[in-house]
Design a protein around this ligand. Sequence first.
Ligand code: DP6
Length: 334
Amino acid sequence: MTIYKARVPTNIAFLKYWGKSDEQTQWPANDSLSMTLDLYTETLASLSPIEETSHALSFRSDQDLAKSPLFLQKGLRHLKFLSENLGFEDALYLQTYNEFPSGCGIASSASGLASLTLAALAAWTGSSSFEELEEKGFARERLAHLARLGSGSACRSFWGGFVHWEKGLYPESQKTHPIFPETHWALRDCVVILSDAEKSMTSTDGHKLASTSPLFQPRLELLGERLLQMREALARCDMNTLGPLLEQEAIEMHELMATSNPPCVYMTQSTVSFLGLLARERMQTKIPMYFTLDAGPNVHVIYEEAYKEKVQDLFKDYKTIDVSIGSGPSLSLV
Ligand code: DP6
C-alpha cells in the first residue's frame, strides 16, 4: 500500500483576515498577509481497501483526538466536498498529527486543512511531489485554492516566508502568492501560551459577526494603506516600522471582535497583563519585539533571530512555543 505524507506549516497573520464578503465561496472581506512558521501538521493518506465507501480520518495521538472533535468534523466535511467536486471516488484512510497542542492559539485549522487537502490530492492522483501534482492539473495555486474552501487561512500555508492572500475583485479572482522567501528576513515567533483551553467561539463563527461591528467598515477603508506599509517594512527588514503596525493591527482586530453583536472576546486578563509586561520589557531591554494575536488569548511575540537567546530567557517562566520563519510544505512517500 502506498502512503503519502504531507507536511504543511502553520502561519501567523500580520494583516488579519477577519470577516468574509461571501461565505459560500470563502471570499474574505480584505487582503491578508502572513508569515509561515516552522511548525507543522503532518497528514498521512492512502487509498482505503476496495470495500470501504467513506473516508476515515483520525489523529495519531489520543490527546489530540480528544481535543479536536471540531477539526475532525470540518476535515471530513472538506474531504467529502473535495471528492464530490473533483470526481475522486476512492475512499481515503488518513491520519493527522499536529506538532503543537490543538487550541493553543496556533492556527491548527490552517495547517490541518492544508495538509489534509495536500495529502488527499496526492493519494487520489498518485503523486509524491508538487511537480507530479502540477502535471496532473493540481499546481500549488490550485491546491491553495482548494484548501481555502476548507479554511480560509489554509491557503497561506502553501508557501514559505511571507505570503499575501489577495481578495481580488470577485471570489474567483482571489490569489495567494509568496512575496519574500524565508531567507529574506530571519524572524521568529515566540508563542506565549496563556491558556490552552479550546476557544469559546470558532473563527468560522466569529467571521460571521465581523460585519455587525461599527468598526468593520472604517477598518476596511484603512487596510489598503496598512498593507502597503507592511510590505514596505518587510522589503526593508525594518522592525521599527513593522512592529508597531503588527500591534495596531492585532488590537484593532480584537476591538472589532469585542464590538460585534454579540461580542466575541478572545483576550483574557492574562493577555492584557502580558501585553503590558511586553511593552515594559521592550523599553527596558531595548529588544525590538512586538506582539500580534490570533483569535485567542495567547500572544505571538515577533522578533529577529539575533535576539533568540535573550527572548527565550526573558519568557522562561511562561509556557512557550518558539519557532522560526518556515520554508513551506513538503510532500513525500512514507
Ligand atoms: C484570526 O481561516 O480559521 O486567524 O476560513 O472560517 O476557517 P475559516 O477561518 P480561519 O480564520 C483565521 C482568522 C485569524 C486571522 C488570520 O489568520 O488571518
